[in-house]
Design a binder for this molecule. Structure first.
Ligand SMILES: *Cc1c(COP(=O)(O)O)cnc(C)c1O
Length: 403
């Protein structure tokens, strides 16, 4: 069976983890701080805080911005549950919006969904392809929309408009307008979960890129404290001789990254551009080239004049099929010893959100994208031979079901 998304665990990763275990320092410490510095250099943003998941990072930013009951947060219906669940954690209302045909969030749909209660928009770079950040930033900067924004926290007042918080769980290393993900809007969250492009087993990062008059380093310090119980000194600082005394300035969270995770991340990041991304692009190109020859295949957009994907997963759609036919094709593919997936079942279809009153019929493009999609595997250790096997299984399975 060809697996869907095994992590790349080689001797270099094992050595880095071993070295950290033997170093005597395993929780947040020098490795995490170095990983933060390297991530900031890589993405080109102003400051980066590592946390233990993207979910934690998203919630940390919502809490920092003062999102609470009575507020609304705009989230694409087409995403993973984490993007919306964090809004629920804060007691705010999730406002789902539809997507475009290229899987990115619809800017038109965002525009119609904005109210005076809207505090944050969370665009999601599905499969690693960046959303239209320029259009979203233009939208929140429009005078009539800025005037509607009711700032109630110091942070909201300082920003003066709806916060754009990018869910870049898939798009580490992606490009838009000559800039990297992490540097495309005011705040961006990466995921380093085991199946993501760059992994630390579990982990995430908040990339800060706040405009004037914010001091991004100061916000980094605030978030750092918020991510560790509101404690004024982290474990490493407290470990310095005579430095035992600390204070708790708020009931913070427990979201810090460990140095064991960061040790993996440092190796992954170092070889990301010149190795990981190169292989991923080869696999994307191979799928796109071979599959576009078939009348039924709708190959995803992943490179345009101003955008470049991080080649996270390959979202193949089959033209003109129903959701049931798609499910049947997937069963056929699995019977040929190939693992595929679906990214994602839109959230209004999930029991919890359905019971909240959301109706999938309100998101027709997201439904159409979802009902015809089959996610093909893309990972470093997927060989050319395996890519051929995947494509054969897909072509034969589609042929069997739609003929
Ligand atoms: C994986 C994922 C997340 C959550 O990442 P974690 O690091 O597991 O918290 C959030 N959003 C999207 C779109 C994801 O795919």
């Amino acid at each position: 069976m060809i697996p869907f998304s095994p992590p790349r665990i080689d001797q270099k990763i094992i050595d880095a983890v071993n070295e950290t275990l033997r170093s005597g320092w395993i929780t947040t410490g020098p490795k995490t701080k170095l990983f933060e510095k390297n991530l900031t250099e890589f993405a080109g943003n102003r400051a980066t805080l590592c946390v233990n998941s993207a979910t934690a990072g998203l919630e940390l930013m919502l809490r920092w911005f003062g999102v609470k009951e009575g507020d609304e947060v705009i989230v694409p219906a087409y995403t993973y549950a984490a993007t919306a669940n964090v809004v629920e954690h804060c007691g705010a209302k999730v406002v789902f919006v539809d997507s475009d045909e290229d899987f990115t969030v619809s800017v038109k749909a965002i525009e119609s969904a904005i109210t005076k209660r809207t505090k944050v928009i969370i665009p999601v770079d599905i499969a690693g392809y960046p959303c239209d950040y320029k259009a979203i930033l233009d939208l929140v900067s429009r005078p009539e929309i800025k005037n509607m924004f009711g700032a109630v926290s110091a942070e909201q007042e300082m920003l003066g408009h709806i916060l754009i918080l990018s869910d870049a769980a898939h798009s580490v290393g992606a490009w838009y307008d000559g800039k990297r993900a992490g540097n495309l809007c005011e705040a961006t969250v990466f995921s380093f979960h085991a199946v993501k492009n760059l992994t630390t087993a579990e982990g995430g990062a908040v990339c800060l890129n706040l405009p004037e008059p914010f001091d991004n380093l100061k916000v980094y310090q605030e978030l750092n404290i918020k991510s560790l119980h509101g404690q004024t000194k982290d474990a490493l600082a407290k470990n310095q001789a005579g430095s035992w005394r600390y204070d708790i300035i708020e009931p913070g969270y427990k979201y810090n990254m460990t140095d064991i995770q960061a040790a993996m991340g440092l190796v992954e990041l170092e070889r990301y551009d010149n190795d990981m991304m190169v292989r991923r692009k080869q696999i994307f190109d191979a799928y796109a080239k071979a599959l576009s020859a078939y009348e039924w295949a709708q190959v995803p957009v992943y490179e345009t004049s101003d955008r470049k994907s991080s080649y996270h997963v390959f979202l193949l759609r089959v033209k003109g099929i129903t959701e049931e036919q798609r499910d049947a094709i997937i069963r056929e593919i699995f019977s040929r010893e190939v693992s595929v997936n679906v990214h994602f079942v839109p959230l209004p279809m999930m029991t919890y959100y359905k019971n909240c009153g959301y109706n999938m019929a309100d998101y027709p493009v997201a439904y159409d994208n979802y009902s015809r999609v089959i996610t093909l595997p893309v990972y470093y250790d997927l060989t050319d031979e395996m890519v051929q096997t995947v494509m054969e299984a897909v072509v034969k399975s589609v042929g069997k079901i739609i003929s």
